[in-house]
Design a protein around this ligand. Structure first.
Ligand SMILES: Nc1ncnc2c1ncn2[C@@H]1O[C@H](COP(=O)(O)OP(=O)(O)OP(=O)(O)O)[C@@H](O)[C@H]1O
Ligand SMILES: [Mg+2]
Length: 192
């Protein structure tokens, strides 16, 4: 089982949207644990039966996850913003930490605050999200990440009203599939 932790200390960065969209596109048996007491991932998936979803807490996550090792190929953890325990305890067990980041200097300015909470040497990758495809903002953001030495995905999540309106229904797989494929390849490669 591979554990993907979706995390950004900043609120509203697109964590839940990424967690749910990615989980809908990963191959094999997929589970999602929602560590945010707001429960948006769980609420989004209610009744859809696309993959297993459960709530969890920062204090129990380290004990629960090993019991699921034989149940799933992929476990996605959606984390709350500004919850240092949830972020540190979940990233401690991650095979890969995914950090959704909008191409905005204001958001990029806070990236170090998230990275400071990750255990040393824990693999992470920035996922450009809410990218206006008609502008060069995605490209500038990739250049900013690369020049700062941050791994960044080639696939991006576009700024999309379809994504916003898909809450409560099946995520728009078309928009998440290239990213999911890239993440699968990335995890396979970095685990070799
Ligand atoms: N690719 C996208 N295009 C347009 N809007 C998006 C996109 N991704 C997320 N959003 C919107 O941005 C808002 C925040 O997204 P989301 O709830 O996924 O972020 P979050 O990081 O989980 O927030 P929180 O920190 O509160 O848990 C939501 O209104 C969501 O619909
Ligand atoms: Mg959320």
């Amino acid at each position: 089982m591979k554990i993907l932790v979706i995390c950004n200390k900043k609120g509203g960065a697109g964590k839940t949207t990424l967690a749910v969209g990615l989980a809908a596109c990963l191959p094999g048996r997929v589970g999602l644990i929602d560590l945010d007491e707001n429960g948006s991932s769980v609420r989004w998936m209610e009744g859809l039966n696309l993959f297993d979803v459960a709530t969890g807490t920062a204090n129990t996550i380290a004990a629960i996850v090993p019991t699921l090792a034989d149940e799933y190929d992929w476990l996605v953890l959606d984390t709350p913003p500004n919850d240092v325990n949830a972020i540190t305890f979940s990233t401690a067990i991650a095979d890969l930490v995914l950090i959704p980041l909008a191409p905005s200097p204001l958001e990029a300015d806070q990236l170090p605050d998230t990275l400071a909470l990750l255990p040393e040497d824990r693999p992470y990758i920035v996922v450009p999200s809410r990218v206006r495809l008609s502008t060069s903002s995605g490209k500038s953001m990739r250049e900013m990440c690369e020049s700062a030495g941050h791994p960044v995905t080639t696939s991006v999540l576009p700024l999309s009203e379809r994504i916003v309106q898909s809450f409560g229904s099946t995520p728009v797989r078309l928009m998440f599939r290239p990213l999911a494929d890239e993440i699968v390849r990335y995890v396979e490669r970095t685990n070799r």
